[in-house]
Every structure is written in structure tokens, then in C-alpha cells.
Unconditional design. Structure first.
Length: 662
């Protein structure tokens, strides 16, 4: 790698025009949604497209859960048109008191943060909490038609891209009909021409909603011309057993630790909420977990998951005490959960989610509610049939023994070369599970936020994560005592396990690759430089033998229609816009840091060996070149600042020239 690669400067931003009040934009109505759809539905990919369907179906489900609807129809027709109908109360159509000349229906469809779910006047529990669901669907659709059967009349209004294209009209009498129908076509300007609803995905979504609320019947229809798999063109879902029925279908006759599932439901008084669950422990399974709040899937779990884990772990340990099994004191929630197939659904007032896409529940009361609901039921499940309880306890103790055995093997495997004692690892290190260092990787990341994303994005078997706090000590300008007293350097040295300087033994290195993964900005480059200086001075053999790498996280995500690409820097961004999008409208999102990227993005762009790019940091083989490298590091990072000043003076003109060219 050349000096230019290591110390390339970012170009200065170029602006034109004046910056005054006229440059300040005020986005009105639903224009913010069309400008930045990712803020509301997580992007413009297939998952985001189907999020629109989920928003509309969730509104219909809220009517059912509130006791006002018994039937929902989901219809996928030609032209990518999706229609969702319910037989609930119907969206109000009377004039809205705060918006003269507009009906409540038009306000709901064209105004963010409007709806009937901010208080408990219309709904005790609901999934539509932010008042943006159906308005976002309207904003991102080229054609939206709303029909409401209410007051024995049928009303109709049309919209396009967030704006009303007709007045609210009475189109006829409807003496035997009630409820709301929302039909929409996602806008190809947002999602691209090729993006289409997938019948199989919508079919699974409709069926899962029926499992979550036993009192509702959901009817599914799809244009036969769109069916290209095993998805039926028509189906009716109604499951009186709720989640228990769902789990039976999922287990499909597999042998389990107990023949009977642990399933039940608990309703709490004064509309505090309700909890429904179904759990099975198949003998050979990787496990799967499905969590819901107010019928909304929460794939990342959250506080309701915490309550379930606590109830199962405490109940299992209590049963072990009852039967005199003392070794169960080491049981953890993971021992109880791993390999299980479980489903958990909660209904609570005013739930709080991590984001508009509602992937994770954050309401603190959910943990208490779930633990209170499940704990007594689980105690009875275990003790009412002692043979069943002992069988389940034995299954979990086997899991615990496997975990402790693997832990012991890892500790024995990773001894220090000199003392033979177990390695004391830093507390912030999240280690990988592989025993053999071959193929393993340690990612050094800046801060706990980036560390949290990296932990979720990693391959647990081969990838370990060590967060460090900001810019580490510059070892080239520090004495030995200062280096030895620095906690970040001590943690890094312990994690690697190979010693430093003359005691550095690459054969004792605990990981095959050491990857510096910092933000794609100036601060990130500074931290990476400090880390490279550390390895150059303290562990040169590690660098010489090719174990040190630089990750290449993107700085920008460029989206046009359904296509998203990532750019490393401004020059790469310009290249992609010119070659890949060729004058198309491009939505540019700038990542402020690794912690701002969601785990999936971080995995796809930076950590997955199949799609990432790494730069290997090496030392020159020739003596003269090694001497030049040592001189460069000493001049730029050493104790004499005048050398750095001279370097800046000598290269400032070239940096300005590069910035102007960019």
C-alpha cells in the first residue's frame, strides 16, 4: 500500500449560490415521505414494499382486535394493486373540526401523525401508534382508492402520491354493508418498475394475522395469473386455537422433549393487556422465535422477549430445586431457549417501538406483564406432570452441559504460551465460538454503538468484536510506562494473546485476521492510523505475516427506485452516479458512522466475506523499503511535531489540487 493510500485527504465540499432564507425548504403535507421514504418504511426494497401492505392490514386487524370487525379480505389483483377490506366501523367521514372543508378521512390519508390511536378513546390496544401508516401508504402510491360503508351509505375518495384527486363522494346506499376498503398501487417512481408484491409473502402475512387473533376470519384472493408457486389463489383463515394451532403446524409431527406444548393465554383486568404464548422443544432443531405486539411482528424481540426469557428460566430453576437437582443453578435463559420453537403475542396499551418499522418493542411494562402472565402457568405445566417436568429439565441440563463443555474447551485451547494459565480476556470483547483460530476474525470497532451493530451483524462462529473508546494512545510518541498504563491498549493486547515487541509470538495469535473497522470519515481514518501505528511498533510480526486488515465500510447509500448501491467516498459516489444510474434521480443517504448502519447493512457491505472488501496491511520485504516505512511512521506519528509540520507544508498544495479536481 502506498503512502497516498494511507493518508489520502478528503476533498473540500463545493457549493454554489448563496445561503440565506430562500435556501431553507419547508416540506409540507406528505412530501417528506416521498423525499425520504427510508425514514418511514426502512428503504425502497422488497421488504419496504411489503411493509406498505402490512400497514394497511394492521389497521384492519386493529378494528378486529377492538371487537368491531370479524372479517378481513386481502386481494392482490392485476397491475400490482392490493386491496384490503374489513367489516369494521369504517373510517369517519364527517368534517374534521380542525381542518375546515376536509373530512376526517381526507385528513387521515393526507396528514402525518393523524389517526384515532393516540389515545384509548377509539382503541384500547392497537398497532398503529405513530399516525403515519396509511398516510405513508398513500404518499408512496400512484393510485389510492378508499371506500367507506358507514351510516348505511357508501363513500368514495381517490388519491395519488399523497394528494386527493377527487372530493369525498356518496356513491350509493349500503344498508347491509359496513367497514373500510383501501386499494392502492405502489408508486414505480419510488420502488421501480420491476418491484412487485409477492403473492407467497402476502399469503403468509395474512395467515399469520389470523393466528394472532382467534376471533377474526381472513380471506385471501389473488389473480391466478400472478401465482407462480404453491400459493393458492383463494383461501380462508380462521384458527380458534390461535398460536397453539400455528405451532402445531410449524412442528409438523417432529419429536419434542415433551409431547405437550407449553401454550396458554392470560388476560389482565382493566384492559391492561393480554399475553398469549406457545412453546415447544424439538429434540433436533436450531430453533425459531416469533414475537408480536398488537399483531405487529417484532423480529428483533424486545422487552416482551425479556419477560418470556425470565419466566422460563426462573420457572425451570424453581422446578429443579423442587426435585433436588442442584446443578440446575447454572441454567441460563439461553439454555432454556436454545433450540425451542416459540411464539409470543402481547396486546398492551400505547406500546413503544424502536422505530417506525416496529422491529423491536421497548415498552418496559411488557417485560413485567409477560413474566407475570407466564410464570405461574409454567410452574403448573412442570409440576402437574412430574415426568413431563423432569423430561424437560433433563433436556435443558443437556444443553447446559454442552455449553459448559464448549466453554471449557475454548479456555483450554486458548492458554498463554508461557504461563499455561487461562487467558484473562477483556470484558468488552465479544468472542467467537470457534476453537481453532484458523478462519477467525477480530473486528476492532470504535465505541459501543458501532460495537452493538457489529455484534448483531457478525458470524458468531468465526467473528469476534472488540469495541474501543475513541482514539487510542499514539504509541509512537509515548514511553513504555504510558503505553503499559493505557487500558484500551491493554485490552487489545489481551484479546490478541500473542504478546508485544520482542515477546510477540504470532503462533499464539488468537485470531487469523485482525480487522480495523472504523467510520468512513476523517476521524475514522485517524483512529485507523493510530491502530496501524500500534501494530507496526508493538506487533510488527503480525503485520509482516499478513494478519492485519482494514475494513472498507461505505460512506453513502445511493438508491434509485428499487436499486441500492454503496459508495466508499465522494469520488466513488460520483463514479456510481455517472456509470450505474446515468442521470436518474438518486436518493443519497450519508452514514454518520458504523453505529448508524443497521446490522444487515453492516453485514452485507463490510463484514460478510462474500460481499465485503478488505485491504491487507503489510510491511515491505526489502530492507531499504522497511527503513523508509519506519522513517515515514516516525515523521508522521513520532515525538517531533516539526516533522509533521514539514510534511503538511510540503503536501498542502497537492491536497488543495486534489480537492479542486474532485
Amino acid at each position: 500500500m502506498s503512502d497516498d493510500d494511507l493518508f489520502a485527504a478528503s476533498p473540500s465540499p463545493q457549493t454554489s449560490g448563496t445561503y440565506d432564507a430562500s435556501a431553507i425548504e419547508v416540506l409540507e403535507g406528505l412530501e417528506p415521505v416521498r423525499r425520504r421514504p427510508g425514514m418511514y418504511i426502512g428503504g425502497t426494497d422488497e421488504r419496504a414494499l411489503h411493509h406498505l401492505a402490512a400497514e394497511v392490514i394492521d389497521n384492519a386487524m386493529d378494528e378486529a382486535v377492538a371487537g368491531h370487525a370479524t372479517r378481513i379480505e386481502v386481494v392482490l389483483g392485476p397491475g400490482n394493486r392490493l386491496s384490503v377490506s374489513d367489516n369494521g366501523r369504517g373510517i369517519p367521514v364527517d368534517p374534521h373540526p380542525k381542518f375546515p372543508g376536509k373530512s376526517a378521512l381526507e385528513v387521515i390519508l393526507t396528514t402525518l401523525h393523524s389517526g384515532g390511536k393516540f389515545s384509548d378513546k377509539a382503541y384500547a390496544t392497537s398497532g398503529g401508534l405513530h399516525g403515519v401508516g396509511v398516510s405513508v401508504v398513500n404518499a408512496l402510491s400512484s393510485d389510492t382508492v378508499i371506500e367507506v360503508a358507514r351510516n348505511r351509505e357508501l363513500y368514495r375518495q381517490t388519491f395519488s402520491r399523497g394528494l386527493a384527486t377527487s372530493k369525498l363522494e356518496v356513491i350509493g346506499a349500503a344498508p347491509n354493508r359496513r367497514g373500510t376498503t383501501v386499494a392502492f398501487i405502489p408508486d414505480t417512481e419510488i420502488f421501480g418498475e420491476a418491484m412487485r408484491f409477492r403473492p407467497a409473502r402476502l399469503y403468509r402475512l395474512a395467515r399469520s394475522k389470523a393466528y394472532l387473533y382467534a376471533g377474526v376470519e381472513i380471506r385471501w384472493r389473488c389473480d391466478p395469473a400472478l401465482i407462480g408457486d404453491d400459493t393458492p389463489a383463494e383461501a380462508t383463515f380462521q384458527f380458534p386455537g390461535g398460536l397453539s394451532d400455528h405451532l402445531k403446524e410449524q412442528i409438523a409431527g417432529r419429536e419434542c422433549a415433551t409431547a405437550q406444548f407449553f401454550a396458554g393465554r392470560q388476560d389482565f383486568p382493566n384492559a391492561a393487556g393480554s399475553v398469549e404464548w406457545a412453546v415447544a422443544w424439538p429434540l433436533w432443531s436450531d430453533g425459531s422465535y416469533s414475537y408480536y405486539c398488537n399483531t405487529i411482528p417484532t423480529p428483533d424481540g424486545g422487552t416482551h422477549e425479556q419477560g418470556l426469557r425470565a419466566a422460563l428460566a426462573k420457572g425451570m430453576r424453581a422446578f429443579a430445586d423442587l426435585v433436588g437437582q442442584k446443578k440446575a443453578k447454572d441454567l441460563t435463559p439461553d439454555d432454556v431457549m436454545i433450540g425451542s420453537e416459540l411464539m409470543l403475542s402481547v396486546f398492551i396499551r400505547d406500546p413503544q417501538f424502536q422505530s417506525q418499522t416496529k422491529d423491536r418493542l421497548t415498552s418496559p411494562e411488557a417485560a413485567r406483564l409477560v413474566e407475570a402472565a407466564m410464570r405461574d402457568h409454567f410452574d403448573h405445566f412442570l409440576s402437574d406432570n412430574m415426568d413431563r417436568g423432569r423430561a424437560l429439565l433433563g433436556h435443558m441440563l443437556d444443553r447446559m452441559d454442552e455449553r459448559l463443555k464448549r466453554k471449557a474447551e475454548r479456555e483450554v485451547k486458548r492458554k498463554t504460551a508461557t504461563s499455561g494459565r487461562k487467558v484473562r480476556l477483556p470484558g468488552k470483547l465479544t468472542d467467537c465460538s470457534a476453537d481453532d483460530p484458523a478462519g477467525t476474525e477480530l473486528f476492532i470497532v470504535e465505541g459501543d454503538s458501532a460495537g452493538g451493530s457489529a455484534k448483531q451483524a457478525r458470524d458468531r462462529k468465526t467473528q469476534a468484536i472488540l469495541p474501543i473508546r475513541g482514539k487510542i494512545l499514539n504509541v509512537a510518541s509515548a514511553n513504555s510506562a504510558k503505553i503499559g498504563a493505557n487500558q484500551e491498549i491493554a485490552d487489545l493486547t489481551l484479546a490478541l494473546g500473542c504478546g508485544t515487541r520482542e515477546k510477540c509470538d504470532v503462533g499464539a495469535l488468537r485470531y487469523d485476521r485482525v480487522v480495523i473497522m472504523t467510520d468512513a470519515d476523517v476521524d475514522g481514518a485517524h483512529i485507523a492510523t493510530l491502530l496501524m501505528t500500534y501494530f507496526f511498533q508493538e506487533m510488527p510480526a503480525l503485520v509482516r505475516e499478513g494478519h492485519l486488515f482494514l475494513a472498507q465500510p461505505p460512506l453513502y447509500r445511493l438508491t434509485s427506485g428499487a436499486r441500492s448501491l454503496y459508495a466508499r467516498d465522494d469520488a466513488h459516489r460520483a463514479e456510481i452516479e455517472a456509470k450505474e444510474f446515468k442521470g436518474k434521480k438518486v436518493d443519497v443517504a450519508r452514514f454518520k458512522g458504523l453505529g448508524e448502519m443497521n446490522p444487515q447493512q453492516l453485514r452485507e457491505t463490510t463484514m460478510d466475506p462474500k460481499s465485503r472488501t478488505l485491504i491487507r496491511i503489510t510491511l515491505p520485504a526489502e530492507y531499504e523499503e522497511r527503513a523508509q516505512t519506519r522513517d515515514l511512521v516516525e515523521r508522521l506519528m513520532g515525538k517531533q511535531p516539526e516533522h509533521r509540520f514539514a510534511f503538511i507544508q510540503a503536501n498542502a498544495a497537492r491536497i488543495e489540487e486534489d480537492a479542486i479536481d474532485a
